[in-house]
Design a protein around this ligand. Structure first.
Ligand code: DAH
Length: 339
């Protein structure tokens, strides 16, 4: 090997070295940097190099010398630092506190609702967020090109495929795959193409209820919802039903709870009436039962659906719906004790 090749090979060796201990570093010093080390040998050899090569080889040799010296110095420093660091640690001290996350307020409310309905004998069901036209609209009696479809601004993915606009689609799926009696609630995320504001967002959450059995009546619907409201909002909460329209229920109603108009917030929330609308409901339309393969001569049922954001906003005094989706820890941590 020529001197140049030896310098080259030394550089490669040094670059590939890793030291773990003081002892390894000391071996390195002896083998490479000491009087009897490789570097010194190369300087001896350098003396014999013809003078026209001296300039170029000399500078290469110097470079590799600096590399060796720096490798030694830096490794020494970091080994010493590592040592003093580990000596300074008091291993008996408690570790840093881990921040424990908290449940999202919407999830807290959803869980509270689920718990109440489970006590009333409802099970849980769900369906896909990307839904076909049948489950989101047609089976629920929204005729094609009927203005009722304009009630909800839909995000279409393909002509017959959209993001579901309500959890009512899960009703259809449950009725198609399950024989009555059916008693189920379906919480989930829904999507609407709406302008984002303090009161609406392009996605939000609903909880849907469905009860199908022999002889189910509007009285059962009212009683179930009364019980829910008493559990969730308090024993003395007043409710009222107003006639309404949904394509998939007949008759249809909306249910309000009474907040009063004493505080400014109540006035604002209820637009001065004292009543806050919290859900839509009704008797499942005979045609919908038939669409889903349920004999409407034998069975009847009721359904209801409510928005989780709206109820959470009311329950915890949240003024802007967008705060649910901003992931600001200062907001979320306020619900810590509830989760
Ligand atoms: N799907 C309706 C909506 O998103 C809410 C609804 C109304 C659901 C009446 C129901 C119902 O199950 O019976 O506006």
């Amino acid at each position: 090997m020529t001197l140049e090749e030896k310098i080259q090979s030394l550089r490669k060796q040094v670059e590939a070295l890793h030291f773990q201990t003081e002892q390894e570093l000391e071996e390195f010093r002896v083998n490479y940097l000491s009087r009897k080390g490789v570097l010194n040998d190369l300087f001896e050899e350098f003396k014999k190099v013809p003078s026209e090569l001296k300039k170029e080889l000399g500078s290469k040799l110097n470079e590799v010398k600096i590399l060796l010296q720096e490798t030694f110095d830096e490794t020494k420093k970091s080994l010493e630092a590592g040592e003093s660091e580990s000596n300074d640690v008091d291993r008996s001290l408690p570790g840093p506190r881990l921040a424990i996350g908290s449940r999202h307020p919407l999830r807290i409310v959803e869980n509270q609702m689920i718990e109440i309905f489970q006590k009333l004998g409802f099970d849980l069901s769900d369906g896909p967020e990307i839904e076909d036209d049948w489950h989101n609209f047609s089976a629920l009696n929204f005729p094609e090109n009927h203005p009722a479809r304009d009630m909800q601004d839909t995000f279409f993915i393909a002509p017959d495929i959209s993001l579901r606009t309500h959890t009512s689609s899960v009703q259809v799926r449950v009725m198609e795959r399950q024989k009555p009696p059916i008693r189920t609630i379906s919480p989930g995320r829904v999507y609407r193409n709406e302008a984002i504001s303090a009161r609406s967002n392009s996605f939000f959450h609903q909880i849907e209820g469905l009860y199908i059995d022999k002889g189910v009546s509007f009285a059962d619907l009212k009683q179930t919802l009364y019980l829910f409201v008493q559990e969730f909002f308090g024993q003395d909460t007043k409710v009222r039903f107003r006639p309404s329209y949904f394509p998939f229920t007949e008759p249809s109603a909306e249910m309000d709870i009474f907040l009063g108009t004493e505080t400014e917030a109540d006035k604002r929330l209820t637009k001065g009436t004292g009543w806050l609308e919290i859900l839509g409901c009704g008797m499942v339309d005979v045609q919908v039962l038939e669409n889903c393969g349920i004999d409407s001569e034998v069975y009847s049922g009721f359904a209801f659906g409510m928005g989780i954001e709206r109820i959470t906003m009311f329950k915890y005094g949240v003024k802007d719906l967008r705060t649910f989706f901003e992931h600001d820890k200062r907001f979320l941590e306020q619900f810590h004790s509830l989760s």
